[in-house]
Design a protein around this ligand. Structure first.
Ligand code: PXP
Length: 244
């Protein structure tokens, strides 16, 4: 059965709109956990546009479920991960100009750096996942560098307007799932997933963890974090089958 990690970055985005102290992502994390979330995900970006160093430190102490830290490969951030020791890191590409993470990490191009970071994370007992497009070469590069998991980028699926394109994207995700599992990797998925488009992705057997942020936080503004999280968990459970 697939599980949900709630990405709470955009709770911090609302706080940063006024550079104040509310809403506190730490409080949001508690609500997600009370709703039954498998984990809490935050992205500590180099520009600190939403999540701050303080958030990561307090969340490390307070998250009782899985604490998944999204991060780029930049040395200062890698050092923070070594100090904080989250349960898992998800390695992502990071460009300062982007609104959100665009594209996957190029694990082929950055293979050497990736292998170093994986080794350092493993030394601390941290699970390592890479956020990648559902391509064979990216999956194999992740496996070769010693990663434990890959998170398949579902953005192309989420942005697809035509049914035929959506179908192609779903097939690509299922193929990537097969390649990942054959390479010994745990397979996660995320980006752009919403209450409306989650069903076909949750139905892909063997995808075990979803990272969902914007859609849940958006709904939470209207119905509360706990209910928004519960509603997404219900959908994932309804459509996901037992993992392969
Ligand atoms: N997974 C990764 C690796 C991401 O970078 C993001 C966005 O921060 C998400 C999942 C969540 O995407 P969304 O906010 O579109 O649900």
């Amino acid at each position: 059965m697939a599980v949900l990690n709630v990405n709470i970055d955009h709770v911090a985005t609302i706080r940063q709109a006024r550079r104040t102290d509310e809403p506190d992502p730490v409080w949001a994390a508690v609500q997600c956990e009370l709703a039954g979330a498998n984990g809490i995900t935050v992205h500590l970006r180099q520009d600190r546009r939403h999540i701050s160093d303080r958030d990561v430190e307090v969340l490390k102490q307070t998250v009782a479920s899985k604490f998944n830290l999204e991060m780029g490969l930049a040395e200062p951030i890698v050092r923070i991960a070594e100090r904080i020791v989250p349960d898992q890191v998800t390695l992502v590409p990071e460009r300062r100009q982007e609104l959100t993470t665009e594209g996957g990490l190029d694990c082929v191009k950055h293979k050497q750096r990736l292998a170093q970071v994986v080794k350092r994370m493993h030394k601390k007992g941290i699970l390592v996942s890479t956020f990648i497009t559902p391509d064979t070469e990216q999956i194999l590069a992740s496996a070769e560098t010693g990663c434990d998991a890959v998170e398949l980028h579902t953005g192309a699926y989420a942005n697809a307007k035509k049914d035929t394109v959506m179908e192609q994207c779903l097939n690509a995700l299922a193929d990537a799932r097969d390649t990942g599992i054959s390479a010994g990797l745990i397979v996660h998925a995320g980006h752009g997933l919403t209450y409306r488009n989650i069903a076909p992705v949750a139905s892909i057997e063997g995808l075990c963890e979803f990272n969902i942020g914007h859609s849940i936080v958006s709904r939470a503004v209207l119905v509360g974090m706990r209910r928004a999280t519960e509603e997404m968990i219900r959908l994932i459970e309804q459509f996901s089958k037992k993992g392969v």
